[in-house]
Write a protein that binds this ligand. Structure first.
Ligand code: PLP
Length: 722
């Protein structure tokens, strides 16, 4: 069962709201502007819902308009104020000295609307962000100083990312005597805070139904009696000609059902219960992730929101982990697969960059009961246990799972490799990256392996090697603190041994004068066999490294490539120091093939991106009927797979589990499979599995596929829990 903990993004629709919407479509489908019976029925419903909204918001007077949502309400309020300011400017016949202010942590709809209408109306007034403190609240001293020169002030009632509740009375006091009109984006407050609109000097307050269990597409805008108003939509005169367009009766009916639920005192939990829920969730997070930091003070935040970060864990990792446990939370910041963009809200609060980039938001709904919260807490604890067994938690773990031989880490396209021999418990780190130091230290402490060497493939131009930092952090795990050369190679050593594996080096000047490859051999019955080579930036999949750096030796490049070819031959896997395109590995023969230009001069692999790699659910099920049967491979990380243990993608078909970070271990075996064997990779969303499929195809196995949309879109009917 999925547990939805992203209520600040949107909520499910209450069953009674669904029923009300259906009834409005089936029975009260009339147009409320019609004067016949059907129209009158619809009009009565509309009036009834508006009256309920007035009660809920404490707004007996002023206008309360039905809109499509908060974004529309915000536009209407901003347009209204700026149109009034423009009229004033035109009447005065001189430039205006006023400014437009908005809270630095406002939802983007507010500053974007200000920019848009300021430009469209040709006002060009200065737009300034009101700073917030470390607690996320507005700087009221600043606001008081600026208030006399403000034409419009926009603040939110509660923040969508952090849940921080604004000090509305403090803001009102700071604005006393100001000519400014005041808009309060009240989206996150609906049903959670008593706004008492009539008792505050708020001029405009937009709301959105889907944040409180109504469907998307219905909202409200409160406009204080006497506040300037300019319709955003002109037309048939609906909503007293303030907002034209036939009303969204299904949405209004559903919103009415939600407002009734607010009044019945049964459907929604009271503040004390919600605060207790949050306390239990925070406790579970502390137990699961020692060192977790909460990004907003609980006493000042909505009791339904927790925004947190865990040192050493990216928000992407945490989201994948939670998702595998069936917990739907969201990144507190916009994140892409490879790089998290820091949250501007947390940045405005002055939080450190890592915290603003690693934030996760957990927000539950006011209707969520104690059972659901209990189950969520239990799954959060499972997430912590799973991380611990993967040595991703600060706590040492006796039963940590044995590591794979090769683990690959990627930070902004730069690759770092960990080679670990489980038999001798010796490991080597190749091309360490500063962002990974804590994680690698944790890995060593948790597993107690000996660090035989920390090697660089060259002196990196674009980032500082963190090898000294890593060595200094784990003296107890170093093989012996003997002298090493500039790239970390133990002085005087011909090879580095790790059980059946051994590393030798091959100097390859070109990208830099000191560029070196590390060749990894496995000792077999027939003698040492070359398994792969770490080649740094000498050969990257699809390119060579730059040779125009101060430390480059361009004239040596060709000789080095020949030396590499002589040492490794055409088919040895080459593991690069950079891999922006997520190709994982290459071979000289693959590189030669893709760089042979076509008759038109385009590289032969320039079109690989457009080749269909995704299989839909139907296509996959069809593939399952054919022969040979496809190999199904789950490429989620071990900590995710563990949480989903016992579930197979397709009932009665056993999947292989190869985490994307350990993909390199399995590539050689897959490349030896008969060409006709289809390999289907899957993951949470289809992103990582597409990387795996693309990599395998590029290396020569053409029948590699990725499940489109991943497990998120896969229908549970096909899966089986053991
Ligand atoms: N304001 C806040 C604080 C919000 O959280 C949101 C939605 O995320 C909006 C405005 C925009 O609401 P809608 O997308 O429903 O128009």
């Amino acid at each position: 069962m999925e547990i939805y903990l992203d209520a600040n993004a949107t909520t499910p629709v209450l069953p009674q709201a669904q029923a009300a919407a259906l009834a409005a479509m089936a029975d009260a489908f009339g147009n409320p502007s019609s004067v016949h019976g059907s129209g009158l029925k619809a009009r009565a419903l509309l009036d009834q819902v508006r009256a309920a909204a007035r009660r809920a918001l404490g707004a007996p007077s002023g206008q309360l308009l039905f809109t499509s949502g908060a974004t529309e309400g915000i536009q209407t309020a901003v347009l209204s104020v700026l149109s009034a300011l423009r009229r004033r400017r035109d009447e005065a016949g001189e430039p205006m000295q006023l400014q437009l202010l908005y809270g630095a942590t406002e939802h983007k709809a507010v500053p974007e609307a200000l920019k848009h209408w300021n430009a469209v109306l040709g006002l060009n007034l200065p737009i300034r962000a009101i700073p917030v403190g470390a607690d996320g609240r507005h700087d009221l001293v600043w606001l008081r100083e600026q208030a006399p020169l403000a034409g419009l002030v926009c603040t939110m009632a509660a923040n969508n990312e952090t849940g921080v509740i604004s000090d509305l009375d403090g803001i009102a006091a700071a604005l006393a005597g100001s000519p400014a009109l005041w808009m309060v984006d009240s989206v996150q407050a609906l049903g959670k805070l008593a706004l008492n609109l009539a008792e505050r000097p708020i001029d405009y307050a937009p709301f959105s139904g889907h944040k409180l269990y109504a469907p998307k597409g219905i909202g409200l805008l409160y406009v204080r009696e006497g506040a300037p108003f300019t319709p955003l939509l002109a037309g048939g005169g609906q909503e007293s000609a303030l907002r034209a367009g036939t009303e969204n009766m299904a949405g209004i009916a559903a919103l009415g059902a939600v407002l009734s639920a607010l009044e019945d005192g049964v459907t929604f939990q009271d503040q004390a219960a919600l605060a207790a829920h949050r306390q239990r969730l925070a406790g579970a997070l502390r137990a699961a992730f020692p060192g977790v930091i909460f990004n907003a003070p609980a006493a000042l935040s909505l009791s339904t929101t927790l925004n947190f970060a865990v040192p050493g864990l990216s928000s992407k990792l945490l989201l994948d982990l939670f998702d595998a446990a069936g917990l739907r939370v969201s990144g507190g910041s916009a994140c892409s697969a490879s790089k998290a963009t820091p949250s501007y809200v947390l940045q405005a609060m002055g939080l450190p960059a890592w915290q603003a980039a690693a934030a996760v938001r957990l927000s539950f709904g006011a209707a969520d009961g104690a059972d659901l919260i209990d189950e969520a807490c239990s799954r959060i604890r499972d997430c912590g246990a799973s991380l611990r067994s993967s040595c991703l938690s600060a706590t040492p773990q006796a039963d940590a799972s044995p590591p794979e031989l090769l683990t690959r880490f990627v930070v902004d396209g730069a690759c770092c490799y960990l080679v670990a021999d489980a038999a001798t418990r010796r490991c080597v780190v190749i091309d360490p990256l500063p962002a990974l130091t804590d994680r690698l230290v944790q890995w060593l402490r948790c597993r107690g392996f000996t660090l035989a060497a920390v090697l660089d493939t060259h002196s990196h131009g674009e980032h500082v090697s963190s090898s000294c930092e890593l060595r200094a952090a784990v003296p107890a795990f170093l093989q012996e603190p003997g002298a090493v050369d500039a790239l970390g190679w133990p002085l005087g050593a011909g090879q580095i041994l790790m059980g059946d594996y051994r590393l030798t080096r091959l100097t390859l000047p070109g990208h830099t004068a000191d560029s070196t490859a590390y060749l990894m051999h496995e000792v077999t019955h027939d003698g040492p066999a070359l398994r792969l080579a770490f080649v740094g930036d000498t050969v990257m999949p699809g390119a060579l490294g730059r040779s125009d750096l101060a430390q480059s030796e361009p004239l040596a490049y060709a000789t080095s490539l020949l030396a590499l070819e002589q040492a490794v031959g055409p088919h040895t896997l080459l593991l690069p120091g950079h891999d922006d395109e997520n190709r994982f590995a290459s071979t000289l023969s693959v590189e030669r093939a893709v760089h042979q230009t076509t008759a038109c001069g385009a590289p032969a692999d320039s079109g690989t991106k457009s080749v269909k790699i995704d299989l839909s659910e139907t296509e996959l099920l069809a593939l399952m009927q054919g022969t040979p049967q496809p190999l199904l491979v789950d490429v989620r990380e071990l900590y995710e797979q563990r949480l989903a243990a016992g579930t197979s993608l397709v009932a009665d078909v056993v999947s292989e589990y190869v985490a994307l970070s350990n993909l390199l271990n399995a590539l050689p075996g897959w490349l030896k499979l008969p060409a006709e064997v289809p390999i289907l990779f899957y993951c949470r969303s289809g992103n990582r599995s597409a990387q795996a499929a693309n990599a395998l195809r590029r290396l020569g196995h053409a029948r590699a596929w990725s499940l489109a949309g991943g497990l998120a879109l896969w229908s549970a009917a096909h899966s089986k829990r053991a």
